[in-house]
Design a protein around this ligand. Structure first.
Ligand SMILES: Cc1cc2nc3c(=O)[nH]c(=O)nc-3n(C[C@H](O)[C@H](O)[C@H](O)COP(=O)(O)OP(=O)(O)OC[C@H]3O[C@@H](n4cnc5c(N)ncnc54)[C@H](O)[C@@H]3O)c2cc1C
Length: 381
């Protein structure tokens, strides 16, 4: 497959890299200090057309392709996994509206998502249903021309900020004709009666991102808030999660590259036994692994993004990219910590944050074990 970048893709990649260094880097320091959502940064990023990168121009977006998005996302993640994840969730939700929203919902949400005035959130996970999404207890029941929703979601990103506007919610809606459980997705407005923000989580990293519980107690929404057809919720989620998993590949590539950048610089400067530690082969092996896995993850992610952009099947590749990239990202954060010795334990060194950020990439967007199950299924197991 030919992945030579178009002039426009190269330009967006360069713009993202410059913006990340100039604007995201200081905002990351601020997020680590105050644990606040980076509103100013989000506005600046949105003003560049990035919040609406994949939203068609007729809905106020930039109308760009998934490959350009993946290139920009890696640049962001290289500087801040937190901001990369905030953006990734927003893009995922915008995509659900693009593909499955009615014209009315598109008009209501997409221009505001494109301008960054509103932030997208997606609610699937529940306290007792994570990997086993089909075990969810949140139920939506028809009552006249409305739906009544009861249940609790947890860990949900982006739902509790000042610019959040509800979420796309997944709920069970009875049974399909074949007797299997049916799941449907709903666009829930922030002011829906019976929808409440629950407690926010105190996390080990991603401090500027809002993650919280969401409670639905006889929450009432109109029938027109159903996304797509009744019972098509899980297939919609799967569609969105393919791009989400490819995005996790880009975030992993950014994190591995960041580990390499910091470790190489430090290893060249740090002198022990009269020589810089970069001259020792055991250190070199770690640096060589990081460089190899950064490049392999980047190229594999671009391959999967190209498949996705061309509308070709990429379910297996999306899972592989997520599994491969995030596994090596965790290892890279451990190696970067090791190369920094005791300084890696200190908050002022970036690798300390990388270490805290790496592991969760193996869990979010479907755990790596679940990716292995998907891949095995594609192999015919
Ligand atoms: C910071 C953060 C942000 C998040 N944001 C969102 C969000 O915006 N929206 C949303 O819906 N969710 C979100 N999530 C939830 C995330 O997708 C889930 O945490 C993830 O899917 C795993 O679910 P769980 O945590 O309940 O783990 P569990 O499903 O309980 O898994 C526990 C362990 O068991 C393993 N396991 C489970 N089943 C199997 C099996 N069949 N075979 C082998 N191993 C298995 C898992 O791989 C894992 O290692 C977020 C989570 C975090 C931590």
């Amino acid at each position: 497959m030919d992945y030579e970048l178009t002039p426009e893709q190269s330009e967006i990649q360069r713009l993202s890299r410059d913006f990340a260094r100039r604007e995201i880097e200081p905002a990351q320091v601020q997020m680590d200090a105050d644990h606040e959502f980076p509103y100013e940064l989000w506005k600046k990023w949105s003003d560049l057309g990035m919040a609406g990168m994949l939203i068609p121009e007729e809905h106020g977006g930039s109308g760009l392709d998934p490959v350009t998005y993946i290139l920009a996302l890696e640049e962001v993640a290289r500087v801040s996994n937190t901001f990369a994840l905030i953006w990734q969730v927003h893009v995922l939700v915008a995509n659900i509206y693009i593909k499955f929203g009615s014209d009315e919902l598109k008009d209501q949400y997409l221009p505001a998502y494109a301008s960054g005035e509103k932030l997208g959130a997606f609610g699937l996970t529940e306290p007792d249903a994570g990997s086993d999404a089909a075990g969810m207890r949140t139920k939506a029941v028809r009552e006249g021309s409305d739906w009544i929703i009861n249940g609790t979601k947890t860990f949900i990103s982006n739902a509790g900020t000042d610019i959040s506007d509800g979420l796309v919610l997944m709920a069970s809606t009875g049974e399909r004709p074949n007797g299997k459980k049916a799941f449907s997705s709903f666009s829930i407005p922030q002011d829906a009666p019976g929808f409440k923000l629950g407690q926010s989580w105190d996390k080990m990293a991603w401090f500027g991102m809002d993650n919280r519980e969401l409670v639905f107690e006889d929450c009432r929404v109109a029938d027109k808030r159903l996304m797509g057809s009744e019972g098509s919720g899980l297939s919609q989620a799967l569609d969105g999660l393919n791009l989400g998993r490819i995005a996790f590949g880009a975030i992993a590539a950014g994190l591995i590259q960041a580990c390499l950048d910091e470790s190489l610089k430090y290893a060249k400067e740090r002198v022990q036994f009269g020589k810089s530690i970069s001259s020792y082969q055991l250190i070199q092996a770690k640096l060589a692994d990081m460089a190899t896995y950064a490049e392999a993850t980047r190229q594999f992610t671009l391959y999967a993004a190209n498949l996705h952009a061309k509308g070709r099947p990429c379910h297996k590749e999306a899972s592989m990219v997520k599994l491969f990239g995030t596994r090596h990202a965790t290892q890279a954060t451990l190696d970067a910590f090791q190369i920094h010795g005791g300084y890696g334990f200190m908050q002022e060194y970036k690798v300390n944050r990388f270490f805290r950020e790496g592991k969760i990439l193996e869990i979010g967007e479907g755990t790596n074990e679940i990716q292995q199950l998907f891949i095995a299924r594609e192999l015919g197991c």
